[in-house]
Design a protein. Sequence first.
Length: 138
Amino acid sequence: MITLGPTEKNVYPVVPVREGIVFPGTENVLIFGRAKSIGAINEALKGDKKFLLLMQKNQSIEDPKKNDLYHTGVIVTVEKTVVGEKGEMNALVKGIQKVKVVEFTKETPYLEAKIQKIIDNEKENDEIQAMVKDCLMK
């Protein structure tokens, strides 16, 4: 895990998602209908267009609180938004960075959280290569 430098932003609006998540380096169109989610996205659009996506632990909760969310998520950037006929927001988002919530800094009118970057260890070594080859040969 890496702590952000002094010039990097480390507090983001939080948007809970019920299903599906965006991974770093991928783009997805997501539909948001809850007032808190739309408020968080609108706040992100006023600045750097980035917000934090966190999965809900229970999809049936309509107004999730901080304890209803997983604390590992993805910072995304909004590429494009379109407002639907029923007031929902369709947003094309791109995953930027996997992060961990350090603390929630605000709960109303939308959630906001302080984060730390997570750097996955992607080193490949001879042992991993041998296991991959072994699995492929079976």
